[in-house]
Design a protein around this ligand. Structure first.
Ligand SMILES: Nc1ncnc2c1ncn2[C@@H]1O[C@H](COP(=O)(O)OP(=O)(O)O)[C@@H](O)[C@H]1O
Ligand SMILES: [Mg+2]
Length: 230
């Protein structure tokens, strides 16, 4: 489903090269849930942005369902991101003047899907993430954990091949963090959605069956557990 092949990345600013990722290599199978663990500055967000096709790697390749995304044109990439990739952000990134339901529907508005079908799908997903009764409220009327549930519903509405979550619980207290990770794990097992969760917290990483660890831009560990995760 996702293959990162011998990927290296460096930023160039004013002729100065900053190496960030070094020869990263791993694959993610359909239906897997993995944690990408590393301390701040280790290159997690850069790797996530590369996997989501937001920028092109300096070296190496990223394949999603066999398609090397660095070879796509801008138009192909935009279409690919719109249909194949879901994103969950640390700060939710909801639109304040749209209702919860309208926020969830938004990716389908861009695809030209009819209002009735959009609404049906949004309400279904809002119920799935446990806030069905909040659909006509505005984001500011919800707690942080509830807003992250909205953002999770929004990430799923296009039925993406893979969902990337960048520090999804970074703004939440410990109890809410656990509830959100529980929800992501449940969505992974009941809907077979493939998730990559970026985190700097070992507590979060330990909840998934597989942890890929980055240190200073190097992949230093790729560990799986056969039994129940903690
Ligand atoms: N646009 C950029 N130009 C130069 N350096 C960058 C840029 N974006 C990120 N970096 C550097 O790349 C390293 C990894 O950053 P990042 O991927 O955001 O790490 P993480 O998400 O693990 O905290 C950091 O040293 C950061 O300063
Ligand atoms: Mg980051």
């Amino acid at each position: 489903m996702l293959a990162v092949e011998r990927l290296s990345h460096w930023f160039v600013n004013g002729g100065e090269e900053t190496p960030v990722l070094h020869n990263i290599h791993f694959t993610v199978e359909k239906g897997e849930i993995i944690a990408l663990l590393g301390s701040s500055g280790s290159g997690k967000s850069t790797l996530l942005n590369l996997m989501a096709g937001l920028m092109k790697p300096s070296k190496g390749s990223i394949l999603i369902n066999g398609h090397p995304i660095e070879k796509m044109t801008e138009n192909q990439l935009a279409e690919f991101r719109r249909t194949q990739i879901g994103f969950i952000f640390q700060a939710y990134e909801l639109i304040p003047h749209l209702t919860v339901r309208e926020n969830v529907e938004l990716p389908l508005v861009f695809q030209g899907i009819k209002a009735k079908l959009r609404k049906e799908k949004a309400l279904f997903l809002l119920a799935k993430v446990g806030i069905g009764e909040k659909s006509e409220l505005f984001p500011s009327q919800l707690s942080g954990g509830q807003q992250q549930r909205v953002s999770i519903a929004r990430s799923l509405i296009t039925e993406p091949a893979i969902v990337f979550a960048d520090e999804p619980t970074g703004n939440l207290d410990t109890k809410t963090e656990k509830e959100i990770i529980d929800l992501i794990i449940e969505l992974n097992s009941t809907l077979s959605i493939t998730f990559v969760i970026v985190t700097h917290e070992l507590e979060v990483a330990k909840r998934t069956r597989r942890v890929i660890q980055l240190r200073d831009g190097f992949l230093v560990e790729d560990a799986s557990w056969a039994g129940e995760p903690e």
